[in-house]
Design a protein around this ligand. Structure first.
Ligand SMILES: [Zn+2]
Ligand SMILES: [Zn+2]
Length: 199
């Protein structure tokens, strides 16, 4: 995945836009690489547990290579900007939590205000660009400890993803991973068919 690009650009290309959340994710990914002494994941050497599904996670996926598809991105729906990054090779894990700041900077309040408008005038668009440039500068240059707390933690590594057999659902006829199929009177059926029966 666009391996030759610098991390920040890789994240922006993957995510589609630059935004404050993505930049925070870039800081997390770069810190984790340095702290653990690891490179971008190729084959599930790294595991990321993310407690949010917001923009920053795309930096974790694109820079660290912990992705939804490889199964080494574990999502917990906690709504917290907390990221645990673990390396099997180093047998180490670090938990990184964005610091809570109850006083938002005026520029980020204004930025969100502008972003929530459905249509921006040219002036507002220019203002938004300027604010983003300022947020970019602040986020990328701030000392890491101003933005995040972190600690090394014990981590139980999940098993590496298995390649499972695919069986044929007895109702819809589509293929389904055997471990996800359910026994029913019709035979083994997929989750969608099970839910349809129950619904
Ligand atoms: Zn975003
Ligand atoms: Zn089915």
């Amino acid at each position: 995945m666009c391996k030759d690009l610098p991390p920040l650009e890789r994240a922006v290309q993957f995510h589609g836009h630059v935004c404050p959340g993505l930049l925070m994710g870039v800081r997390v990914a770069e810190f984790a690489q340095k702290h653990l002494g690891v490179n971008q994941d190729i084959d599930e050497e790294l595991v990321a547990v993310v407690e949010t599904n917001s923009c920053g996670v795309d930096a974790i996926q694109s820079i660290l290579g912990c992705t939804f598809g490889k199964g080494n991105l574990i999502y917990k729906d906690y709504g917290k900007n907390v990221y645990t990054i673990a390396s099997r090779e180093k047998n180490r894990a670090v938990r990184i939590a964005q610091k809570y700041r109850d006083i938002n900077s005026p520029e980020s309040i204004r930025y969100r205000e502008l972003n929530s408008l459905s249509q921006l005038t040219d002036d507002q668009e220019a203002e938004r660009e300027d604010l983003l440039a300022l947020i970019f500068e602040n986020t990328m240059s701030a000392p890491f400890e101003e933005l995040f707390d972190w600690q090394d933690i014990d981590f139980v590594f999940p098993e590496k993803a298995q390649i499972r057999a695919t069986i044929r659902c007895a109702v819809c006829g589509e293929g389904v991973m055997d471990s996800k199929a359910t026994e029913s009177v019709e035979g083994l059926i997929c989750k969608a068919c099970l839910l349809a029966k129950e619904g």
